[in-house]
Design a protein. Structure first.
Length: 205
């Protein structure tokens, strides 16, 4: 839908967003959030939220401000139709987001080549927020950032991995599953090994 069909509300966010992203939060409203490479004029920080209200639903500025007040959103920088510099600014941010995505996908493809595990449709291109501090090498599946196996996660990873229906659900081949099992066993320590689809203690084998 053309940019001219949206009201734009921009505000500096008190939250910090690791990545630039867009999402639909309800019918007729989209939001762009993230650390911006080129903050809008008047912004005092680098983490910004930009709300976009579809004019077909929000026909006047008054309907937009009413929604903002109802949802306790205050201190926005501007409320304008995204024309001129505003439109160019938004396009710059979306372009930056798309460029970052290309870089992330290229990195994932390189990991697939390195670790011998295919990219999965439901996999993670980048590390989930909960595992952001886990080194890439400490995932059983470092291509799709699944099964963290650092010290605090390795035992839960074993329990989850040993529910072998997850192999099919995750789209893994037998060979990929064996590689992942071997990585988990190594991370768990010398008392563990991968055997017949599971990670088990050696005395149990």
């Amino acid at each position: 839908m053309p940019m001219k069909n949206f009201w734009t509300v921009t505000l500096v966010s008190s939250k910090k967003f690791k990545r630039l992203r867009t999402k639909t939060i309800t019918t007729g409203i989209q939001i762009l959030v993230g650390p911006l490479k080129k903050p809008p004029k008047g912004a005092t920080g680098t983490h910004v939220q930009s709300y976009h209200f579809n004019i077909s639903r929000f026909k006047t500025k008054a309907t937009v401000t009413a929604w903002l007040k109802k949802n306790k959103i205050k201190k926005w920088l501007e409320l304008t139709k995204p024309t001129g510099l505003d439109e160019r600014w938004l396009r710059v941010q979306i372009q930056a987001m798309n460029e970052d995505l290309k870089i992330d996908k290229k990195a994932q493809k390189a990991r697939a080549s390195k670790y011998g595990i295919a990219i999965k449709k439901s996999g993670n291109i980048t590390k989930p927020k909960a595992y952001s501090n886990v080194p890439t090498s400490q995932f059983a599946d470092p291509v799709n950032f699944r099964y963290p196996i650092d010290k605090s996660h390795v035992l839960p990873a074993i329990r989850y991995f040993n529910q072998t229906e997850h192999r099919v659900q995750g789209g893994y081949s037998t060979a990929e599953w064996a590689k992942m099992g071997g990585r988990i066993a190594t991370a768990a320590g010398k008392d563990y090994q991968y055997k017949t689809g599971k990670v088990v203690r050696k005395e149990e084998s």
